[in-house]
Design a protein around this ligand. Structure first.
Ligand SMILES: Cc1cc2nc3c(=O)[nH]c(=O)nc-3n(C[C@H](O)[C@H](O)[C@H](O)COP(=O)(O)OP(=O)(O)OC[C@H]3O[C@@H](n4cnc5c(N)ncnc54)[C@H](O)[C@@H]3O)c2cc1C
Length: 351
């Protein structure tokens, strides 16, 4: 069965997958992947499509949609199938009296998507709570467990799974804490919203509510009626540079293992692209979110080519203003910021 990626991704662009399979259980997922591998069929594993942009030509292979649904709690251990909606994991664990995941409330996507880029928000990272992950290793054709410490997790939305199609995440095993009190709050805007000092704690339910309120304000909670959320979340990574270029000396800077980390949202805004930028660009179908300059959004009817050309335009503007090259955070399948700009757009781009 063919299926359009406009229906499978939150940014709602892209052509069709030549074949589409839903895996309702872990064994169906393993079978679908093993069968595609046995026949040499290219495959893409899909959760909820909230971090993926697919090109307008689509994908000449099989899209395997993970919808496995098991979630078991055993003491402070939580075992979750890859297809479970992530926020259901947060809600279920909090309701069971297990704290920890509350800062990760409201992040779109499947549980299986969280280790791919070590999903993080409001001072917390998936890797802080993950004990181990069960994967199907396509290279050896076996199901194996990998300890969290061996997953190559980094703070910059990285892991050994990111842009590496060797592993299919089947099941996650979290170690949480039986508590109704949060960990020390480690994010200034969250502390402000809660009215506590950085490093203080708060009831986990209040932290969840505060995180959801902040995410809503920033267009980071999915809402199909709100085009500001037809996105992949942050389109670009926060760049880490060995030395801050002269032109970027005014940018807030944070020490980092790789040098200095700079906020991509600041660079984008100060390069002349404020929230909402793009109404006059192209056909106005792709713009920055009006609530967050790091989200590239589809205002309805956009194509992947427009998304790529618009993102390339933003990247070129930041490069020109600050001598810094932004890299996409989301995964791109059969599309690239270096794609030729469509003829009908060339008159409109200045980047
Ligand atoms: C409005 C919005 C806000 C967001 N906010 C945040 C945020 O605060 N923090 C953050 O880190 N991210 C954020 N994101 C990005 C996104 O929510 C996460 O990356 C999420 O974990 C992606 O999960 P998914 O199931 O949608 O993955 P998909 O988009 O379906 O897939 C993403 C990539 O992972 C691969 N993949 C998915 N599932 C599996 C699996 N089971 N096994 C192997 N590979 C797999 C896919 O092949 C693809 O390459 C946001 C996105 C949106 C739209």
């Amino acid at each position: 069965m063919r299926k359009s990626f406009t229906e499978l991704t939150t940014i709602r662009v892209g052509g069709e997958a030549a074949d589409y399979v839903v895996a309702e259980t872990t064994s169906e997922l393993v079978d679908a992947v093993a069968q595609a591998d046995a026949t040499g069929t290219p495959l893409v594993v899909l959760g909820e499509g909230s971090n993926l942009v697919v090109g307008d030509a689509g994908f000449d292979g099989v899209a395997i949609h993970v919808k496995s649904s098991g979630l078991d709690i055993d003491g402070e251990m939580v075992h979750v199938d890859a297809g479970v909606h992530w926020d259901d994991v947060v809600v279920t664990t909090l309701e069971a009296g297990l704290g920890g995941l509350e800062p990760l409330s409201g992040i779109p996507g499947s549980a299986g998507g969280t280790p791919i880029q070590n999903v993080g928000a409001y001072g917390a990272l998936t890797s802080q709570f993950l004990d181990h992950v069960t994967v199907y290793d396509r290279k050896i054709g076996e199901v194996v467990d990998i300890a969290a410490a061996d997953c190559g997790f980094g703070v910059h939305r990285t892991s050994m799974f990111k842009r590496n199609n060797r592993y299919v995440v089947l099941r996650l095993h979290f170690r949480l804490t039986r508590t109704t009190v949060s960990r020390p709050v480690a994010y200034a805007a969250l502390a402000d919203h809660l009215g506590v000092a950085m490093g203080d704690t708060a009831p986990v339910t209040r932290v969840r509510e505060a995180v959801l309120a902040l995410r809503r304000q920033r267009g980071m909670l999915l809402d199909e009626t709100d085009h500001d959320t037809w996105s992949v979340g942050s389109f670009f990574l926060n760049p880490v540079v060995p030395q801050v270029p002269e032109k970027a000396k005014g940018c807030p800077a944070y020490p980092d293992d790789g040098g200095t980390k700079l906020p991509a949202a600041w660079l984008i805004q100060h390069a002349g692209f404020p929230p909402g930028y793009g109404a006059d660009w192209g056909r106005g179908r792709v713009r920055l979110s009006t609530k967050h300059s790091l989200a590239v959004t589809n205002r309805g009817g956009a194509t992947a080519a427009e998304v790529m050309a618009f993102a390339a335009h933003i990247r070129a503007g930041v490069q020109r203003a600050f001598d810094i090259r932004l890299e996409p955070e989301c995964d791109l399948l059969n599309c690239s910021l270096d794609d030729p700009v469509p003829a009908w757009l060339t008159g409109a781009t200045t980047g």
